[in-house]
Design a protein around this ligand. Structure first.
Ligand code: HEM
Length: 169
């Protein structure tokens, strides 16, 4: 059976090697903490201002400031910086945490559209880092779409509080 990673590569068009080039890059040290704060702020400003109500409403139960912090702390940690996200929220368990949301291919493309624009408007990010981040985001977006789809098919008990009782992805 195809793994979620393979499915994510097929749907996103990004190979596993390209998606995880971030692991050899240490982007946290190249770009610095503030760049990730700026990137997540630019991203969520766009999401919460989206003209497409169907997409904006996916974030309807989340406070913008909290969503920004969740994202930049995750990115700092994932890109080689201190484990700020796990210290505050526990295991990232991203599939479980996205399970409540309608993660369609269309939603993934809209998310990626806003992230591409946020990357463009974050001037501290050099072109090589931008490519690596874009590949990681694209692959991960489709990894989440595939993961949520599989979990829904299996009718697993939803995680009531993924922060306290992290589900395995
Ligand atoms: C949280 C939607 C892709 C990382 C969220 C939230 C929503 C959401 C509605 C809740 C906001 C909050 O309270 O933090 C989506 C949609 C995606 C997507 C529609 C399209 C595929 C991604 C990707 C990543 C990501 C590609 C990582 C590269 C996160 C993280 C959180 C989060 C770290 C915070 C989780 C928590 O601590 O509760 N996402 N997301 N998401 N998302 Fe996504």
């Amino acid at each position: 059976m195809q793994s979620l990673q393979q499915k994510a590569s097929e749907w996103s068009g990004i190979s596993i090697d390209d998606a995880f080039a971030i692991d050899d890059a240490d982007l946290f040290h190249t770009l610095g903490f503030q760049t990730f704060v700026t990137l997540s702020t630019n991203f969520y400003n766009r999401v919460y201002d989206d003209d497409e109500e169907w997409f904006r409403s996916i974030f309807g139960n989340s406070e913008k400031e909290k969503a920004i912090q969740n994202q930049y702390e995750f990115l700092v940690q994932r890109m080689g910086g201190p484990p700020l996200y796990s210290q505050r929220r526990g295991h990232p368990a991203l599939i479980a945490r996205h399970r409540p949301f309608p993660l369609t291919h269309e939603a993934a493309e809209r998310w990626l559209h806003h992230m591409a624009q946020a990357l463009e408007s974050t001037s501290a990010i050099d072109d090589d880092s931008k490519i690596k981040l874009t590949n990681f985001f694209r692959h991960t977006a489709y990894f989440l779409v595939a993961g949520v789809e599989v979990k829904d098919q299996n009718h697993h008990t939803p995680c009531k509080d993924a922060a306290q009782h992290p589900c395995k992805n």
